[in-house]
Design a protein around this ligand. Structure first.
Ligand code: CA
Length: 222
């Protein structure tokens, strides 16, 4: 899952980025509304964390613009002010949620999870494909009785494959949802991580779940 943070206060932006990355999210940061708008027009994000007071284009305007352009990515708006009026304004502009500073990182994380669940339009804390289970809260992964230890990146990649189980995912799709903007398209890093996952998920099991679709990408089979 890839998240865009639009926040001009470097400290807060880095605090959010670091925390989300530790949870396995791919995170890009835009320092003003204009850069945010640019990144949103060239990349696909699963959630946007949008500060209200921003240089160039403010959060409310950016939010309204995105909705007008047909971008329905879930938005959490951040603001220094905690007034009902501001909250109503934020929600009226098309934001899905609202959080005022200072906030506990855990709360932001919980709200991100809620929005990702809503995006999936089903309430779930677990992904399950055949005998493979991924717990979105504890990050525990099991196949059958076997508990599987994954690195943060492997976990993020598996989560993406499981959310798209039964469908081919291309390397571009994977890079857009699991890696951040610094991803180098000329490396074989995705193939390397797919192999790591294969060794952990499929080795020792007669039925292989992760399949390569030649010339297209990868498929997690149901
Ligand atoms: Ca700000």
């Amino acid at each position: 899952m890839r998240i865009l943070v639009v926040e001009d206060e470097v400290k807060i932006a880095q605090f959010i980025k670091r925390g989300l990355k530790e949870e396995g999210y791919a995170v890009d940061v835009a320092a003003d509304g204009e850069e945010g708008h640019f990144l949103l027009s060239s990349n696909e994000y699963d959630v946007i964390i949008l500060d209200l007071m921003l240089p160039k284009i403010d959060g409310l305007t950016l939010c309204r613009t995105l909705r007008k352009e047909g971008n329905h990515t879930p938005i959490i708006m951040l603001t220094a002010k905690d007034t009902v009026k501001d909250k109503v304004k934020g929600l009226d502009s098309g934001a899905d949620d609202y959080l005022h500073k200072p906030f506990a990182f855990e709360e932001l994380l919980a709200r991100v999870r809620v929005l990702l669940r809503k995006k999936d339009s089903r309430v779930q804390t677990q992904l399950k494909v055949e005998n493979l289970t991924l717990d979105l809260l504890t990050h525990k992964v099991t196949r059958g009785e076997k508990e599987i230890e994954l690195t943060v990146k492997e976990y993020a990649l598996l989560e993406y494959l499981m959310r798209n189980a039964g469908n081919i995912v291309t390397r571009t799709m994977i890079s857009e949802h699991v890696w951040d903007i610094n991803f180098d398209t000329f490396t074989n890093v995705i193939d390397v991580y797919i192999n790591y996952l294969r060794n952990k998920i499929d080795s020792g099991f007669p039925d292989k779940m992760i399949h390569t679709v030649r010339g297209k990408g990868y498929l997690l089979k149901k």
